[in-house]
Design a protein around this ligand. Structure first.
Ligand code: NAP
Ligand code: MG
Length: 485
């Protein structure tokens, strides 16, 4: 696919594209070639202050005054308009992140799904009536929180922005987002499209710039009322500390080291298909990626052989050429994955497949990593414990269900887990004991639809995105007590 859409890296504030007040810019790289392809504005504290102040005005003067069904209608229009620009959005996302174009198209569909789902909920955010006896009326109202600040990572920009924007807007809040410097372009265009669809100016502002500058300024802003952060554990810790300065409530969606547990009676072909696809998707840069295979010794050899065979057939290429797997997002990310692989080798894990930067002709300058499979990984070692965020899969064998559970629950994360077995009692035992926000049985896929709640146990974070649960993040409860005796 040839370049056919303009890349505009200016911020989107108060209904228009703007440069940073400082006029500074940041280069944007094509991860498939390592070449500069565009720039984005290097927003800083001044831009953040401007964005927050216009969103406050828009919230008070406009969005708060719309009836819930008016908000619903606008959000349905946003969903429709995203659909009209599906090709453009997918093109930008595929180019900027490096992901296969077909994946980017699926991401646009997910974005549409979020806006539709929460448009449908906008006029169904009910309070409750609490019976306290004759003469007293007591009821609750779910009010919008106000200004919702959202800090978004680079791996699924369209999906993750829509996951936060749609419920926040549906509940009546205004949004100020800081997007990742490695993948800002698709979200900027999304915000523009939402405005064109009828979202009043200032209700959704998007700031670009460095995390340590613009992200820090947004999380430390006294006039935001809530902060949704999706990103790494270390930045999450930093952001939560900063938000504490103003008692700003936070929602943290952090990393994962999610397992697939395979018992001896599992459907091996299904689990092999699932496990190899999940770690290849978005070149393994998925918070919910299953990066650990915990497999019963009875089927261990067969599973490793079949996963290796599938992963060995994965075709690498530029995202827009629709390969099975594209490059990783940046040189920094590539180097961090290669470092993790070298840690794996040092811990004497057995490299069954891959383990290097791709040497494929034509891809030398892009950030391509070979799909990598480690077998007999030592429990407790770096690659078994730490999120690698690349196409790197670790296999650990077990004998008993308790051993499998101990390995599954033995990291500081708890985002997603999966169990493959048809033994009803065993499956229930496992789903009860696993510490993760989502447990799949005989399947995998954190996508799984907009309607199901998603979020972490332990250091994978807290609060829930998606589904009806997300509305809790973006509303606050007021109780009203009336004495009419
Ligand atoms: P990251 O480095 O933590 O960055 C996340 C966001 O925070 C980016 O927008 C970043 O901006 C910004 N940021 C960086 N430093 C900041 C600071 N001091 N104050 C405020 N904001 C700051 O994470 P990433 O590498 O982009 O994303 C990968 C991580 O996200 C992985 O750990 C993954 O598991 C996690 N993730 C979780 C979920 C989930 O739903 N649980 C979903 C997707 C990803 P810049 O990039 O411009 O520096
Ligand atoms: Mg990029």
């Amino acid at each position: 696919m040839d370049a056919q859409y303009r890349l505009d890296g200016r911020m989107f504030i108060n209904g228009e594209r703007v440069d940073a007040i400082s006029r500074k810019e940041i280069d944007v790289y094509d991860p498939s070639t390592g070449q500069v392809m565009s720039t984005i504005a290097a927003g800083d504290t001044g831009d953040v202050n401007h964005a927050v102040s216009t969103s406050q005005k828009a919230y008070e003067a406009d969005w708060k005054r719309f009836t819930p069904s008016e908000r619903a209608n606008i959000l349905f229009s946003v969903a429709d308009r995203i659909g009209q620009y599906k090709e453009e959005l997918a093109y930008i996302e595929s180019l900027d992140v490096g992901k296969p174009h077909k994946q980017a198209l699926a991401d646009v569909d997910a974005a549409i799904g979020y806006f539709r789902f929460y448009a449908g909920i906008a006029d169904k955010i009910f309070g409750t009536s609490i019976p306290l006896g004759e003469g007293i009326a007591d009821y609750t109202i779910r009010e919008p929180i106000g200004i919702s600040a959202q800090i978004i990572p680079w791996n699924y920009p369209l999906q993750l922005s829509s996951r936060g924007f749609a419920p926040a807007l549906a509940a009546g809040n205004a949004v100020v987002a800081k997007v990742a410097e490695d993948a800002s372009l698709s979200i900027l265009r999304l915000a523009e499209i939402a405005h064109e669809a009828g979202l009043p100016k200032g209700v959704l502002n998007v700031i670009t710039g460095y995390g340590s500058v613009a992200g820090q300024a947004l999380s430390d802003h006294p006039d935001i009322h809530h902060l949704t952060f999706t990103g790494s554990l270390n930045t999450g810790i930093q952001v939560m500390k900063t938000a504490a300065n103003h008692i700003t409530p936070v929602n943290l969606e952090l990393g994962g080291k999610s397992p697939i547990i395979i018992f001896g009676d599992a459907d091996i072909d299904k689990v092999v298909e699932t496990a190899s696809n999940v770690i290849i998707q978005n070149a393994g840069q998925t918070c919910s990626a299953a990066s650990r295979i915990i497999v019963n010794n009875k089927v261990h050899a067969e599973v490793v052989e079949k996963i290796a065979e599938k992963m060995s057939k994965v075709k690498l290429g530029r995202g827009l050429d629709n390969p099975d797997m594209g490059p990783v997002v940046s040189e920094r990310q590539m180097n961090s994955i290669l470092q993790a692989i070298s840690n794996g080798r040092e811990s004497n894990a057995n490299v069954v497949l891959g383990g290097n930067r791709s040497k494929q002709q034509g891809l030398e300058n892009g950030y391509f990593i070979q799909p990598t499979l480690f077998d007999n990984v030592k429990v407790g070692s770096f690659i078994e414990q730490e999120e690698i965020f690349g196409p790197v899969l670790s296999v650990m064998p077990f004998d008993t269900a308790d051993e499998a559970l101990a390995i599954a629950n033995g990291t500081e994360y708890g985002l997603v887990a999966s169990v493959f077995s048809n033994d009803l009692k065993l499956v229930h035992h496992m789903t009860n004991q696993i510490q993760a926000g989502q447990v799949f049985v005989n399947g995998y896929g954190a996508g799984g639809g907009v309607a199901i709640p998603f979020g972490g146990y332990k250091k994978s974070g807290f609060g829930r995105e998606k589904g009806l649960e997300a509305i809790q993040n973006y509303t606050t409860v007021k109780n009203v007590w009336i004495d009419y005796r």
